[in-house]
Design a protein. Structure first.
Lengths: 113, 113
């Protein structure tokens, strides 16, 4: 069975600072990995995903994530935080032999001026 | 515009009452999903459907029911058996394969009177 762990339920950064949101997964087969963003009282929007191929994945709004099989990680980064990045971020995993998407518990990002 | 609509945005339930949440998509997606979101717990799968007239229980199906009579529609009924229904409910759809992106609606917040 697959699982996802997001380290840190809350992360605070200053505007212009590096954003790093951590995600580790567990899967006995090659995973498909996703990052979603949720703004207050809204649905989720896909930021980026890894299925196969290049392990460094670029997404919307300047975010990127790197799939590291040896570390079972898929951390989300952005070089310079913007006030509009304040939201909740969810990491999720699936694989070829499942029809479910398993979500982490989320990380709330705060950006201070 | 293609997308997923959920209605109503807010819903109030009285004791012993069944309520139905609407989810409609015009993306021509085969699969549809219902999630429940509680603070600090991420998203938990209630029911999902890969094809019309078929659906499967997710991780927390007790106290809920669904139907899938049309490809575009996947309504969720919260029955009186669900003793703690207060939550944010999210509907999603996808092409059905595990590597495909799930697209989310704006959500319905259910409150108990």
């Amino acid at each position: 069975a697959q699982s996802v762990t997001q380290l840190g339920s809350h992360v605070s950064v200053s505007e212009g600072a590096l954003v790093l949101l951590r995600c580790n997964y567990s899967s006995s087969v090659p995973p498909y990995l996703f990052w979603y963003v949720q703004y207050p009282n809204q649905g989720l929007q896909l930021l980026l995903k890894y299925t196969t191929g290049a392990t460094l994945v670029k997404g919307i709004n300047g975010f990127e994530a790197e799939f590291k099989k040896s570390e079972t990680s898929f951390h989300l980064t952005k070089p310079s935080a913007h006030m509009s990045d304040a939201a909740e971020y969810f990491c999720a995993v699936s694989c070829y032999n499942t029809d479910k998407l398993i979500f982490g518990t989320g990380t709330r990002l705060q950006v201070f001026p | 515009d293609g997308g997923i609509t959920q209605s109503p945005k807010y819903l109030f339930r009285k004791e012993g009452q069944n309520v139905t949440l609407s989810c409609e998509q015009n993306l021509n997606h085969d699969a549809m999903y219902w999630y429940r979101q509680d603070p600090g717990q991420g998203l938990r799968l209630i029911y999902y459907s890969q094809i019309v007239n078929d659906f499967q229980k997710g991780d927390i199906a007790e106290g809920y029911s669904v139907s899938r009579e049309k490809k575009e529609s996947f309504p969720l009924t919260v029955t009186s058996a669900q003793k703690n229904p207060t939550a944010f409910y999210l509907c999603a759809s996808s092409m059905g394969q595990p590597q495909e992106t799930q697209y989310f609606g704006p959500g319905t917040r259910l409150l108990v009177l």
